[in-house]
Design a protein around this ligand. Sequence first.
Ligand SMILES: Nc1ncnc2c1ncn2[C@@H]1O[C@H](COP(=O)(O)OP(=O)(O)O)[C@@H](O)[C@H]1O
Ligand SMILES: [Mg+2]
Length: 498
Amino acid sequence: MTLIEMKKISKHFPPQIIALENVDFTAEPGEIHCLLGENGAGKTTLMNILYGLYKADTGTIKFEDTLVDINSPRDAIDLKIGMVHQHFRLVKRHTVAENIALGLKCNNALFPLPEVKALIKQVTERYGLSVDPDAYIWELSVGEQQRVEIIKVLCRDIKVLILDEPTSILTPQETETLFNALQLMKQEGIAIIFITHKLDEVMTFSDKVTVLRKGKNVDTVETTAVDKRSLAKLMVGRDVLFRVEKKEACPVEPVLEISDLSALNDSGLKALNGLSLTVCGGEILGVAGVSGNGQRELVEIITGLRKKNGGLVKISGVDVSGLKPGKIAENGVAHIPEDRIHRGSVPDMRVLDNLMLRDYKQYSKGIMLDAETMRTQSNMMVKEYNVDTPSLETPIKLLSGGNIQKVILARELHGSPSLIIASHPTYGLDVGATEQIRNTLLGQRDRGAGVLLISEDLDEIMELSDRVVVIYEGRIMGEVTAETDVSEIGLLMSGGTQ
Ligand SMILES: Nc1ncnc2c1ncn2[C@@H]1O[C@H](COP(=O)(O)OP(=O)(O)O)[C@@H](O)[C@H]1O
Ligand SMILES: [Mg+2]
């Protein structure tokens, strides 16, 4: 008996996106099956179809060898299919137990809370996923919130668990806890469908992997029959070099000096608490940490978007307190922001305008802009950064995440900045775009720029950085090197001391 058999599934989104084309996918009880693919390959769409959120244009789904019609998540839940989405759907003002009770609700009647709590206790003990049922969601870290989502699904009796890129927000310890829980579920015969674009994860713990590329099935293979390199090739369609080629750093004088910085977050709570660090020209300083520990406020202060409460920020030796973002940018600071859609670009504007946002003053001819020079310049930037866009006139919002990020890099790095602030520069991007962006940052370093790299992806931090510091609750907990054990870094990331 096959637990799930999806056959010839096609789905298009009007007007012209073909998200899936004749895709086949099967899952068996007790297997961990990774669904691997670059950004936009169609992974989420395929699983949203299995979970009843989207209706396929064509194709069939069999559950335990019987044809089924899954028209809503309710239908999927009735078939004992559970899904944990990439974006959580918890009610922040409610407690863990109340949220789980909402998920279990049937016929509009809520489960009594004591019963729900007993159920939570049972599930958490069985899978080693601890959580306080009385905690409010807003009190929890994103990793803990995800755990609540998983527990919510496990409180129902399930046969299939779909996880959509669950590890992108977890610390190494949290990832390990999740993997251990998945092993237990597997032993109980649950089929686990694990969406990811991380090859290491596929290799470490999956039994099978199905690769999607541009909405098509590339292959389904036993994990033991492949290696990272061959998987990457299946996924991207070309050879990928894994190690970024990295020369020794030659740091020179400091381009960013921060001492004893303090600041509040938007809710008026302490976000930075006596933070100090230095970045020299010609080096990449990585800041590791779980998001929400002051990274955003730190970046906003350096780039002039937020006021500090105390301490000193010097860029190339100059105190930048009170300078506007535009002035700071003119002083040679490039900013690759965490929110590439809203802060990094203007979604409705053309690729051309987005490329010129930073330097347009340079192209003014009286009150007019020199359209021709701008076009020539933009064309060069698109070529140099390998941006895949139908034209310069295309609104940037129609490009994929990787191409939007390339436009931002092209714009920000044009004019050879001395300091580059890069927040999660490859977050959510596929291996092809990731490789290009990492090489670009290294190239900037070799040219002599200082790079402050903020990322939750420890592999990325360790691979790119020349030095690494760990941030926790608005303070630097310590400096580590490429040789430091991940568990030690994990400890610092969760507030332990060296
Ligand atoms: N609701 C939607 N409306 C329009 N296009 C969509 C929608 N959902 C996904 N897409 C498009 O379908 C393609 C596949 O997306 P998705 O399944 O999210 O990929 P993945 O999860 O592999 O990154 C992408 O081009 C995406 O932009
Ligand atoms: Mg997805």
